[in-house]
Design a binder for this molecule. Structure first.
Ligand code: PLP
Ligand SMILES: N[C@@H](CCOP(=O)(O)O)C(=O)O
Length: 526
C-alpha cells in the first residue's frame, strides 16, 4: 500500500468503587450461582457486618477472586455437558468425541461442531437463562465477569473455573450510530457492536479465552500439548499470544510476511510468542500450520477448531441481551475464514431454541471484493464453490481465499435467510472514512460491513426503520496506516473523497488567522 511520509510527519508534528457486596442466586436443583451487587442498601449488609472473617470487600483480605470461586465450587458435577460431533451430521450419526480429546476433523475429514446437551439446558426456560445471564453482567465474580464466561453453561459447561484463562473479555459496547445512520442512510436504529474494543483489539478474544482455557485444562491432565499454534492475518495471533502468555503456555504463530499491520505484528512479539514470518499468504500459512499441528504436540488455535466458535457465539447472545432480548432485523458481519458468521448464527439459534427469543435476525456476510470466494459462491446460487487467490486489500485481516469454515458459513446463511455482499477497496475505505467522520474510529473490515449495509439500504432490501447491527471486528488503532494513506490521498486510483488532511501552516498569528477564517467561511456556506 502507498505510504504517506508527509502526512505521517505532519501528524507527528502535531504532537508538540463502591463496595461490592456478595450475594448468591440459587436456581432449582443447581448449585448457587455467585454474583455481586453494587447495591449498598441490600440485605447482605447485615450478613457482612456480622461475619467474623470479613476484613474488606466481599471476601477475606488474603483471598483472591479465583480462590473465592474455588470456595463456591459446586459439590456435585454440573448436569450440563458438551461434546464434538461432525458438523451438520444429522440425528443418525453416532460419531462424537470428548472435548478432552485432541481432534479437529471428523472421521470423514469434515468439520466438527461443539454440541450441547440441549435437553438438559431446556429443563430451564428462557426467562431463567435471561435472568441468569443478566445477573452476571459487569461483575467481578470469577469467571462470570467475562461476557463469554457469563454464559459458561452454554460454552464449556464442564470446565472447572480454576482452569479458565480470561481477561474479562466481551461485554463490548453496542454503539448507537446516530449520526452515521441519519446522515448517510436515513436510518434511526443503526448500531455498531464494537467487538474490537477488547483486550487485544479484536473479536478473537472471545474465542481464544475458551480455547486457551481448554488447553490449560488439557495440560493439567498431562495431555501432549506443548504449546498452541495458529496461522494468522494478525488478530488470531494477537489474541492467542496474549492469552497464552497470561497462562504461561508457549504460543507459536505463522504470519504471512508483509501482509499484516505493524500493530498486529508487534502484538505477538511483545507477548513472547515464537513468531514465524513466512513468505506466503494466509492460506499458505494455514496449510502449513495444519500439517505442523498433525506432527507436533502443538494444539491448533484457528477457527477450524470448533472450540473457538463457542466463545465467539456469545457476541450474538450479548447483542440480544443489550436490546433487552429484542431481536434486531439484521446483523452484518465481515467474513474471511468464515468461522465468525457461523458463530453468530449459533449464538442466535441457541437463544431461539432455548426460548430466550422467538426468532433470529437475518445475517449478512460482507467480503472484500479482492478476497471474495463466499460472495462468488453465493452469486452462483450456491452451485459452485471455488477457492480464490486473495488479492491485497486494506481489509488485510480478511485477505483469505480458501476459508476453512466455508460449510459452516453456507449453513448459517441458508438458515437465516442470509445475504452475501462485497466491497471494493474504494467502497470500504470511503465507508470507513465516513464512519470515522461521525465519531467512530473503525477498522477497514468494519468498512466492508458498512459498505454491505449501504448497498442493501440503497437497494431497499434494508428499510429505513429496520434495526440493523454492524459487527465491528477489530479496533481502528490497529490499522492507522490505511487511514494515513487515505487521508493523505496517496492511494493509486482512489479519489479518497472523504479525506481530511491536516493543513500545514507557519507559526505566525496572521497566517493561522487566515487559515481559520477561510475554514469558518467554508463551513458557514455548507
Ligand atoms: C478484523 C477481522 N474481521 C473479520 C474477520 C473475519 O472473521 P472470520 O475469519 O471468522 O470470517 C477477521 C479474521 O478473519 C478479522 O481479523
Ligand atoms: N483474521 C484471522 C484469520 C484466521 O482466522 P481464524 O478465525 O480461523 O483464526 C486472523 O486474525 O488471523
Amino acid at each position: 500500500m502507498a505510504s504517506s511520509c508527509s502526512l505521517f510527519n505532519s501528524l507527528s508534528s502535531l504532537n508538540h468503587k463502591p463496595h461490592n457486596h456478595h450475594h448468591q442466586i440459587t436456581h432449582g436443583p443447581f448449585p448457587s450461582i455467585s454474583c455481586t451487587s453494587n447495591n449498598n442498601h441490600n440485605n447482605n449488609n447485615a450478613a457482612i457486618q456480622s461475619s467474623p472473617s470479613v476484613t474488606k470487600h466481599r471476601r477475606a483480605a488474603d483471598e483472591n477472586i479465583r480462590e473465592e470461586a474455588r470456595r463456591h465450587r459446586p459439590s456435585s458435577p454440573t448436569t450440563f455437558s458438551s461434546k464434538y460431533v461432525p458438523f451438520n451430521s444429522g440425528l443418525a450419526s453416532t460419531e462424537s468425541y470428548s472435548l478432552d480429546e485432541i481432534v479437529y476433523r471428523s472421521r470423514s475429514g469434515g468439520l466438527l461442531d461443539v454440541q450441547h446437551d440441549m435437553e438438559a439446558l431446556m429443563k430451564f426456560d428462557g426467562a431463567y437463562w435471561r435472568d441468569l445471564f443478566d445477573s452476571r453482567v459487569g461483575r467481578t465474580t470469577w469467571p462470570y465477569g467475562s461476557g463469554v464466561w457469563s454464559k459458561k453453561e452454554w460454552v464449556l459447561p464442564e470446565i472447572d473455573s480454576d482452569d479458565i484463562v480470561s481477561a474479562f473479555e466481551g461485554n463490548s459496547n453496542l454503539f448507537w450510530a446516530e449520526r452515521f445512520g441519519k446522515q448517510f442512510l436515513g436510518m434511526n436504529d443503526l448500531w455498531v457492536k464494537h467487538c474490537g474494543i477488547s483486550h487485544t483489539g479484536s473479536f478473537k478474544d472471545l474465542g481464544m479465552t475458551v480455547l486457551v482455557s481448554q488447553v490449560n485444562r488439557l495440560r493439567k491432565m498431562n495431555r501432549p500439548v506443548f504449546g498452541v499454534g495458529c496461522a494468522s492475518t494478525g488478530d488470531t495471533s494477537a489474541a492467542l499470544s496474549a492469552y497464552c502468555a497470561s497462562a504461561g503456555i508457549p504460543s507459536i504463530v505463522f504470519l504471512p510476511a508483509n501482509k499484516i499491520s505493524i500493530a498486529q505484528l508487534v502484538q505477538p512479539i511483545a507477548n513472547g510468542a515464537f513468531v514465524l514470518s513466512i513468505d506466503t499468504d494466509f492460506d499458505g500459512c494455514m496449510k502449513l500450520i495444519r500439517e505442523v499441528t498433525s506432527e507436533l504436540p502443538i494444539y491448533l488455535a484457528n477457527s477450524l477448531n470448533s472450540l473457538r466458535l463457542e466463545g465467539q457465539k456469545t457476541a450474538a447472545i450479548e447483542i440480544l441481551q443489550q436490546f433487552d432480548w429484542e431481536v434486531p432485523d439484521w446483523v452484518i458481519v465481515p467474513g474471511g475464514n468464515l468461522g465468525n458468521i457461523y458463530a453468530f448464527y449459533k449464538g442466535f439459534k441457541m437463544c431461539q431454541e432455548l426460548g430466550l427469543v422467538s426468532k433470529i435476525p437475518r445475517l449478512v456476510c460482507a467480503q472484500a471484493a479482492n478476497a471474495n470466494p463466499l460472495y462468488l459462491y453465493y452469486k452462483s446460487g450456491w452451485k459452485d464453490f471455488k477457492a480464490v487467490r486473495a488479492n491485497t486489500t486494506f481489509a488485510s485481516a480478511i485477505q483469505i481465499g480458501d476459508p476453512v469454515s466455508i460449510d459452516r458459513a453456507v449453513y448459517a446463511l441458508k438458515n437465516s435467510n442470509g445475504i452475501v455482499e462485497e466491497a471494493t477497496e474504494e467502497e470500504l475505505m470511503d465507508a470507513m472514512a465516513q464512519a470515522d467522520s461521525t465519531g467512530m474510529f473503525i477498522c477497514p473490515h468494519t468498512g466492508v460491513a458498512l459498505t454491505a449495509l449501504i448497498k442493501l439500504r440503497n437497494s431497499g432490501v434494508i428499510g429505513p426503520m429496520d434495526r440493523a447491527v454492524v459487527v465491528s471486528t477489530a479496533h481502528g488503532l490497529k490499522f492507522t496506516q490505511s487511514k494515513i494513506d487515505y487521508h493523505s490521498k496517496t492511494i493509486a486510483d482512489m479519489a479518497c473523497r472523504f479525506a481530511n488532511p491536516p493543513v500545514q501552516v507557519e507559526a505566525d498569528f496572521g497566517k493561522v488567522m487566515d487559515v481559520l477564517k477561510k475554514y469558518l467561511k467554508h463551513k458557514a456556506l455548507k
